[in-house]
Design a binder for this molecule. Structure first.
Ligand code: HEM
Length: 191
């Protein structure tokens, strides 16, 4: 039975998506060229997960919807000012900074995945972009590889910021946000 002080915030799809994304990103990041097969499957999984989450962001329950947590840059900035003054409002769903982080993470993960497909196509002649890459100068393959590496490292920097944000919000509001991403529950707002 659920205690009355708790409320369900994250549905099973959002939670499964999150931890599957964490695992797939970690596998892709740490395997690189050494285990190319595993690396490319982890990359495909990241792209597939983003596709599913995109649909869920439009058609899923309220807390999963982009319309619920994607805010204007001005609102994100105001929220960050409140965080710095230790008077940020507590949100049950994603706060405005969390929403902005999700948009950035989705963008960079997509760029990392697509540039990875371009590397796979141009250097290994494999994957869905292989036929498009046929006959392309070798320099292009190298440029794609540089881009892929750059996007992957930029994503890792965002992940570090994401973890910092999760930690800060958990401390400011006296709650365990990673635990709620596991269980789906948070403390009610009125408590
Ligand atoms: C152990 C490491 C991680 C922890 C503890 C963690 C924790 C969390 C938490 C608590 C939230 C919800 C924040 C809120 O209440 O608004 C969240 C959301 C999110 N995190 Fe992480 N995170 C981790 C790693 C990652 C990584 C590596 C990525 C991307 C590669 C990532 C991407 C996301 C995304 C996209 C969301 C939004 C989920 C959704 O609405 O579908 N996280 N994370």
């Amino acid at each position: 039975m659920t205690p009355a002080s708790l409320v369900k915030v994250w549905d099973p799809l959002v939670r499964t998506f999150h931890w599957a994304l964490v695992s797939a990103f970690a596998v892709a990041f740490f395997t690189e060229d050494d285990f190319l097969q595993l690396h490319s499957w982890a990359g495909y999984l990241v792209l597939a997960l983003l596709g599913v989450r995109l649909v869920w962001g439009l058609a899923g329950p309220a807390n999963a919807r982009f319309a619920e947590f994607v805010r204007s840059p001005a609102e994100v900035f105001r929220y960050l000012q409140d965080v710095a003054r230790f008077r940020a409002k507590r949100y049950l769903g994603h706060n405005p900074a969390g929403g902005a982080m999700i948009v950035l993470l989705f963008g960079l993960l997509t760029l990392t995945g697509v540039s990875g497909l371009a590397v796979y196509g141009s250097q290994e002649f494999a994957g869905p972009l292989a036929s498009l890459m046929r006959g392309m100068p070798a320099a292009w393959g190298e440029a794609f590889e540089e881009m892929h590496e750059f996007f992957a490292n930029a994503t890792l920097s965002l992940v570090a910021l994401h973890l910092l944000g999760v930690m800060l919000a958990s401390l400011q509001h006296g709650e365990n946000l990673p635990k709620s991403m596991l269980t789906g529950f948070k403390r009610r707002i009125s408590e």
